[in-house]
Design a protein around this ligand. Sequence first.
Ligand code: CO
Length: 208
Amino acid sequence: MDFDKIFENNQHWIDEKLSRDKDYFRNLAKGQNPDVLYIGCSDSRVTAEDMIGAQPGELFVHRNIANVVPNTDINAMAVIKYAVTHLHVTDIIVCGHYGCGGVKAAMMAEDLGILNPWLRSIRDVYRLHHDELDAIEDIDARYKRLIELNVLEQSVNVLKTPEVQEAFRAGKLAMHGFVFDMETGHVIDLKFDYQKILDEIMEIYRLS
Ligand code: CO
């Protein structure tokens, strides 16, 4: 990243936007009304907007290492609360990606300091699905499946919040689990059946 170019790049971007629509920034400044909450990895290669063609104002974004949604993380919980209750998003995307360093680190027996409690959430995903994962002999395939299952379990964590339960039951909210394959550029819909998952876990996690 050439820091000498940052403001030059910014001016080019402004010029480009204004050449298409002279009111672009005036309209942008009026407020946001995004339909989608996107929860993804902080990985520099997995940009939320670019890969799905979203424009400024269309995605409310939360990114962290390995797209984890710990129920005690005030940051993630506040983002979900604000997006669902106040912005009234209609869709939540949890997007993982193959080659995720956070997930890989969680597969290793290594003390990583403050990263340990964060990555423990992913070790928990492994424990929940260890029968399926241990049956996959190929390590790369197992790693990919853990990445997919991490998307599933973090989505389940989203479903454990009362505002999401309420909106989901009212048919006002849909959940989507995606994985980005950076070797091909494709975003893959994992097609998790969230209604079925919600029905299965509701007895335990119902809050509203
Ligand atoms: Co990642």
